[in-house]
Ligand binder design. Structure first.
Ligand SMILES: [Zn+2]
Ligand SMILES: [Zn+2]
Length: 491
């Protein structure tokens, strides 16, 4: 044997080859720390129960604020680990003045393969969009047990092992087209967090990150009792689990028949824009939940609000150009930064419009216009342009020889700190969003009253405005008296 040393060299090389890939070693070590490969692969269901808090991303007082939230009680997340089904039941109670009042709201929603669904209080189930289904399918892996089960699956790929500080990272791609980053604590070898990416219409490419802490022993496994989920750095859910059950009875997690049999929803409903001339050169653009108002000046057009989503905003812009083909549409007034009211800002910038908004939104819109949208490229991603912006502090007057429009900050409104309202003094028309949504034929009265109406009335009085009609962004056109009535009856 000693005469053939090369055999030894071959043997050493072979043993080096047989040694595990680093990424496999990372997954195996984490699996061992969690309770072992066999125990993880044998798990069939996972039931998590607890309480905590949900955030109010995109709907808080300022774009940067995180003070508002919902207290979550009765949280129950049931996962069929192998079948890719999950359902969450929870009760949310807003800790801020809310449209629908302060009453607790029960929520039931889930995913079954490609079908996302929501179940209303009435028991009626509706199908969610394909994008929501993908997010919820991905969310199933935002837990150490499901993440490691996926990592151990021979149909998954595990790539790009790397270490940063006290953590090691690997990329997992599952057979059912879900991709996420598994982050393992180097000291304990337990999963510290899972990070996945998704598209947010307002923010573009965002990371959704769930951190796992306070591990405890559960049925031969170590499972975290605290799950904290951040979207793009905003804490969106912080849950403390009081009971965890592996292989308990999760009930029937199949999608309800009404959702399962509904057609897949590839995107938002096609926009429908209806124009009504409410005064000479002033059009109310309706047709869906969020309206806009077009105002004609001597040599240009000004739009108020590009809401809801890119498709509606582009349709509203097209309608505005059709209504007055001889004058350029040059600017859009944005009432506030809430995501459903600002989701057309990028589309407006792509169309060359100048954005007029409260100064408190300027930094957020500057960032929003520059953010990457590679996961679901929008109009601005395909046609990048810089933001043109004019900001309002307390008030601004848009005026030429044909028209005057005043913009006022709705100071002190508990709905948002950066609300603007628009007033046409000659026509005595007030345009406002969310502070008062008058009931009408297609718009039922707010079930819990109008909590923001008293402040709107104060702002109208403080400015000495002689409002005759309210032409709102939500609801129906109403006489000024209906605001007075709503403010008096406010909760
Ligand atoms: Zn709002
Ligand atoms: Zn609104």
């Amino acid at each position: 044997m000693e005469a053939r040393p090369w055999l030894l060299v071959v043997a050493i090389s072979l043993s080096a080859c047989a040694k595990q890939d680093p990424q496999k070693q990372i997954v195996d070590d984490a699996a061992a720390a969690l309770g072992g490969r066999e125990r993880i692969l044998a798990a069939k269901t996972l039931i998590l129960e607890g309480e905590g808090r949900n955030g109010n991303l995109g709907q808080d007082m300022t774009p940067e604020a995180t003070g508002q939230g919902f207290t979550v009680s009765g949280y129950k997340r049931m996962v069929d680990v192998a079948a890719g089904r999950a359902r969450i039941e929870q009760t949310r109670t807003p800790d801020f003045p809310y449209f629908q009042g302060q009453a607790p709201q029960k929520q039931v929603f889930g995913v079954d393969g490609d079908v996302a669904y929501n179940v209303a209080a009435s028991g009626n189930a509706t199908r969610g969009s394909n994008a929501v289904a993908k997010d919820r399918r991905t969310e199933i892996y935002h837990h150490p047990l499901t993440a490691l089960r996926a990592a151990l699956d021979s149909a998954s790929t595990v790539t790009n092992p790397r270490t940063e500080g006290n953590h090691t990272f690997v990329e997992i791609a599952t057979a059912n087209r879900v991709a996420f980053t598994l982050v393992v604590d180097n000291a304990t070898k337990l999963p510290a967090r899972v990070v996945s990416k998704t598209d947010n219409a307002n923010l573009g490419d965002v990371a959704i990150e769930t951190s796992f802490t306070d591990y405890q022993d559960v049925s031969g496994l170590k499972l975290p009792t605290r799950l904290t989920t951040k979207i793009d750095g905003y804490t969106n859910a912080d849950l403390h689990l009081t009971r965890q059950t592996v292989d308990g009875d999760a009930g029937d997690l199949a999608a309800p028949a009404a959702a399962a049999s509904a057609a897949p929803i590839a995107g938002p409903p096609p926009p429908k824009v209806t124009a009504e001339e409410v005064a000479k050169g002033v059009w109310w653009l309706t047709g869906q939940s969020h309206h806009s108002v077009l105002v004609e000046f001597g040599d240009h057009l000004t739009l108020i609000e590009v809401p809801l989503n890119e498709a509606r905003s582009l349709a509203v812009i097209t309608k505005a150009r059709e209504l007055v083909p001889g004058k350029p549409l040059t600017q859009v007034v944005n009432t506030h930064a809430h995501f459903d009211h600002s989701s057309g800002i990028r589309a407006a910038v792509a169309e060359g419009l100048t954005v007029i908004t409260h100064k408190g939104n300027a930094a957020f819109y500057q960032a929003a216009v520059e953010r990457p949208h590679t996961i679901a490229p929008d109009a601005l991603a395909k046609n990048p342009k810089p933001l043109k912006i004019e900001t309002v502090d307390e008030e601004m007057t848009l005026k030429d020889n044909t028209r005057t429009m005043n913009l006022y900050h709705m100071a002190g409104n508990p709905h948002a700190d950066t609300l603007l309202m628009a007033y046409l003094p000659k026509e005595r028309i007030l345009v406002e969003a969310d502070a008062f949504s008058p009931a009408g034929p297609a718009a039922p009265a707010a079930a819990a009253g109008e909590p923001y109406a008293p402040n709107l009335l104060d702002n109208v009085k403080k400015r000495g405005l002689k409002v005759e009609r309210i032409v709102p962004i939500h609801g129906a056109i109403a006489p000024f008296g209906s605001l007075v009535k709503a403010a008096t009856a406010a909760p």
